[in-house]
Write a protein that binds this ligand. Sequence first.
Ligand code: 8X3
Length: 257
Amino acid sequence: MKSLQGKIVIVTGASSGIGRATALAFAHEGARLLLCARRLERLEELKQALLDTGAPGVHAFELDVQKRAVVEGAIAELPTDWREIDVLVNNAGLSRGLSKLYEDDPENWEEMIDTNIKGLLYVTRAVVPGMVSRGRGHVINLGSTAGYITYANGAVYCATKAAEKAISEGLKIDLMGTSVRVTSVDPGMVETAFSSVRFHGDEEKAEKVYQNITPLQPEDVADAIVWAASRPAHVNIHNILMTTIDQANSMVLHRHS
Ligand code: 8X3
């Protein structure tokens, strides 16, 4: 039997990058997938890809995690056979801009804080009570090396990931005495649309970020997430800090000549 056979896994921000790879990796282990993101057409494409590879069940729905009432409604109104969520992967997140704090556009801050912190909190608040009452569950949050060491021009993005770290630790403490686990998976540079989104679609600038290094791939991170989720029920992996071999931390990078 596959390690996560029949488990219900919800992945936020599932339409691309780490979220998409995570959905595929969980399906490979026999899990049923609840996919959500803002871009429904992309989710429908992923749903088809998952079903084509023999995924046991997929339900996709549009969700903007920044909207609290929408999040609460979407989780409360899940089809009956999709309500008993076993694993929540709080993956939805983004960076916007790379500039000095005192010169940055506050709109960038709003979007990062609303998605990376408040969105994560809203989904957690909506899903975790069910896990507690069923006596099983696992919350896996996406952190970052940026949550450990703040880098130049990234104060607010780094702050959101430091908040994610604190929230994961706090949630773990608050869940003591229950069977619900909390893990933070904290990657460094991963080759996704992350930099393109950060630079508002400037692909040339985005490509330079990954030049002359071998970045992590979304599948590498998905692999760590599924590994954490497939440990025996009494084992809690608190965090997984992972980078490419070319990165030591959020400040130290080795570019090949
Ligand atoms: C992504 C890692 O260093 O590009 O969270 O900000 S970094």
